[in-house]
Write a protein that binds this ligand. Structure first.
Ligand code: ARG
Length: 459
């Protein structure tokens, strides 16, 4: 395909250099954005009398035809075109002739590609927010189902204090809600139109940038044309937001892998979200969680890659910036794919509540409550802590739980112990008494879930 820029240069390029330079293989993804941006541009050119209205009308009709033919399959992207902008312009000229040659008045591929990327990023980000909403809803439902299921909470991956499975899952809802907030916030910042910046310096034509911006759903225009063509902050910002989504997914994935192991035995995944082994008949592997954990690495890579491309890049447009696309597309595709399988996987989780409760009983996770019991009876906490530490040490050696130690034994350790201690250290009591805001008591978790749902309804 001939080059848009044949003129000053011959337009003939070494074959290897040509394919090295070309971006059509990946920027064809921007074709809808490119055509819509061009329709807005043509409308502005006509309205402002920069080109005759009839040419503007012809261009818009021609571009709309391109969109239709692309979706029906009557038109295919030419893989030999240099980039998506070249392809669209040349397809237009092939359809409507000379009028099509006026479309590129008062713009450059530099502001055009900036526009296309912003339109794409905005749309992709909104879709991801929607997928996150679905995930949070699934997590909240699961949390509701298991708000009374006592399990051990962990610190240092050592059994720590009793919590409920619902409380644990609700914690993830908050992480993903923050992700939604962050992405929405990034959309707000990116939603200014760069079109009309032209190559870098603006243009001598009497354009109406605000008209183009509002046609395309922007809140306003980028105020500095050099910034308009050089800014890829939003790619960095959204990539960072997506990397954090993956961080959260990877933490949950890791827990799902652990919980579904024989050693924990806390949950089972539904069969349709696990795989078997080709050799070991007993296996039911949590591949979806593992793969999500693994894919986190590539999204981090995508973030570091765009940061590195932009580092030290002088103003304004540089061809380096073409490298903003593949990594960002990859991050978007990866996050969408992970979220797409994650919500239904969560729905298919069954908790083995008895096993969870049993593990909780064996972990001395009510030791803090026993020390608190003594403290409430007037024993200074430091002393209570030491007494209970010794009790736990002996109980561990004997292989008994705190509930199994007889009262006489307790009394030998401290006269402050009484029969009511058993009620105090039952795991149900330990959970039920943690009614502090954000705590693990059923009533506290119910408040959290109500708040999570209220936040979700705003999206
Ligand atoms: N394919 C280019 C990119 O993605 C489009 C902009 C080209 N501009 C230029 N002056 N060569 O960045």
């Amino acid at each position: 395909m001939s080059k848009l820029w044949a003129g000053r240069a011959s337009g003939k390029i070494n074959e290897a250099a040509e394919s090295f330079n070309a971006s059509i293989s990946f920027d064809k993804r921007l074709i809808t954005e490119d055509v819509k941006g061009s329709i807005a541009h043509a409308a502005m050119l006509g309205k402002q009398g920069i080109i005759p209205q009839k040419d503007s009308d012809m261009i818009i009709e021609g571009l709309a035809g391109i969109l239709d033919d692309l979706s029906s399959g009557a038109l295919e992207v030419d893989p030999t075109a240099e980039d998506v902008h070249t392809f669209v312009e040349q397809a237009l000229i092939a359809r409507i002739g000379d009028a099509g040659k006026k479309l590129h008045t008062a713009r450059s591929r530099n502001d055009q590609v900036a526009l296309d990327m912003k339109l794409y990023a905005r749309n992709a980000a909104e879709e991801i927010v929607y997928s996150l909403k679905t995930l949070v809803a699934a997590l909240a439902d699961k949390a509701e189902e298991y708000k009374g299921a006592v399990m051990s909470g962990y610190t240092h991956l050592q059994r720590a204090q009793p919590v409920t499975f619902g409380h644990h899952l609700a914690a993830y809802c908050y992480m993903f809600l923050r992700d939604m907030d962050r992405i929405k916030d990034a959309i707000k910042r990116l939603n200014l139109s760069p079109i009309g910046s032209a190559a870098l310096a603006g243009t001598t034509f009497p354009t109406d940038r605000k008209f183009e911006a509002s046609t395309l759903g922007f809140d306003g225009v980028v105020e500095n044309s050099m910034d308009g063509v050089s800014d890829r902050d939003y790619v960095v910002e959204l990539s960072a937001d997506l990397a954090l989504v993956m961080t959260h997914l990877s933490r949950l994935s890791e827990e799902i892998v652990l919980w579904s192991s024989f050693e924990f035995g806390y949950i089972t995944l539904s069969d349709d979200f696990t795989t078997g082994s080709s050799i070991m008949p007993q296996k039911k592997n949590p591949d979806i969680a593992e793969l999500t954990r693994g894919k986190t690495g590539r999204v981090y890579g995508d973030l570091v890659s765009i940061l590195t491309v932009l580092k030290s890049l002088p103003l304004a447009y540089n061809k380096d910036m073409q490298e903003d696309k593949e990594g960002f597309f990859d991050a978007v595709d990866t996050v969408k794919a992970c979220l797409g399988v994650f919500a239904p996987m969560i729905e298919g989780i069954t908790a083995k509540t008895e096993r969870m409760a049993q593990a909780a009983k064996e972990g001395y996770i009510n030791a803090t409550d026993l020390a608190d019991y003594l403290a409430k009876k007037g024993v200074p906490f430091r002393e209570a802590y030491k007494i209970v530490g010794e009790i736990v040490r002996d109980a561990t050696a004997k292989g008994v739980t705190l509930e199994e130690i007889p009262l006489e034994e307790y009394k030998k350790r401290s006269p402050a112990f009484d029969a009511d201690l058993y009620e105090e250290i039952s795991l149900e009591t330990c959970v039920a008494k943690r009614t502090s805001e954000g705590g693990t008591a059923i009533s506290s978790v119910e408040k959290q879930l109500a708040s999570i749902r209220a936040k979700l309804n705003k999206y």
